[in-house]
Write a protein that binds this ligand. Sequence first.
Ligand code: PEP
Ligand code: CO
Length: 468
Amino acid sequence: MKRSPEFSTITAAADGKPGPWTPLSWQGKPQAQAVAYPDPARLTDAVNRLRALPPLVTSWEVERLRALIAEAQNGRRFLLQGGDCAETFGDCRSDIVTAKLKILLQMSLVLIHGGGKPVIRVGRFAGQYAKPRSSATETRDGQELPSYFGDLVNRQEFSAAARAPDPDLLIDGYLHAAVTLNFVRSLAAGGFADLHHPEFWDLSSLHRADLPSDLRAEYLRMVKQLGEALRFMEALGERSVDDLTRVEFFASHEGLSLHYEAAQTRQVPRRVGHYDLTTHLPWVGERTRDLDGAHIEFFRGIRNPVGVKIGPKATPDEVLRLLERLNPSNEPGKLVLIARMGAAKVAPALPPLVEAVKREGRLVLWVSDPMHGNGRTLPSGIKTRDAEDIFREVETFFDVHKAAGTHAGGVHFELTGDDVTECIGAGLTEADLDRNYQSACDPRLNYRQALEMAFRMAHRMAGDQRTG
Ligand code: PEP
Ligand code: CO
């Protein structure tokens, strides 16, 4: 790997070499967003039970995702990642999980059609139960209690008992993740969305009154075209059709609770290294990615591909040091950099990072998270995001990569397949927000907004293809 002299000097002087890694070496490092469990003996007991339970995913699935991400790094695939900001145990229901899979599938179809390449589908599901918070406590009517850190840690209700961190929730989280994954796998294996039969895709949601008729017509036209194209390619004996039509889902979540991640991290027969088998693609959040902190220490040691959120204040040096720490031998398929800058900040903030990564020959997949830099709180106190800002950030992300000659490798959305009213734009105004605001954390795109986003991206990708 090429390395600029300034960077080598900084690395050697400031960081030195990290010590030996074990699944528990993170415990010697400062831990951002650490949870203060009141009873350490109960925590140890829960972690030991979790360690004994079978893995949720397998090493060969993790390796397959790495191989797919490696291809995406070369521009041969596009990654679509999406789901709730915070999954809740209460939402572990067939209708909600099915709706989420459907919107991800439909978006992927639209993106395949627009971008002309296979899409890697990654859900923010089956484990997205732990949330970083800007404040450790929350005060209501003079009472101060721990903030809600997600169902893996404590409960939403505002009472001392509900907000006390409960280690048994680590086991409950594992079980809800297992049930969700079981359902996702069965649906995918059972022909839930065989692309050869697009008429089996549940199009009933497209007939909802709130979906504009032009969008519905475009979707139906595309499904028909795609079906014809597939039949034609198969008639020619085209082998890549299989690849294009395989309906695979991978799971992802923020690897925030290192107790949870480490308990399911193990070596497996006939493979080298440790796998975090709670999920295929864990990511490190913007608030926990300190170079010398516990999270980076943990994630540098596992075989899984790892995502890292990158905000607008990140410097090229900081990003390069993270890449060196997490992937010292520059292996393909290992790192996904998820830029979450904000619509106004992405144009100035992203290019220096993209250029530095390119200059150093670092292998990463650049993904845009156009959600987390675009939050705003209305005077009424409601948290929302504007679909126009979200799209503007994605559009700028594509512009930046086009100018740099690098690949805009994927997108990361907070979305749901339901008709929630959390983000404005694309059919909703501020006045609509209290109609069906459900999110346990950040506002998500609803079904129509998500599909519209996919169409807008697809048009952009198709345009880029035409103009080279
Ligand atoms: C999230 O993805 O829900 C999140 C908290 O993101 P970030 O770490 O980018 O703020
Ligand atoms: Co969020």
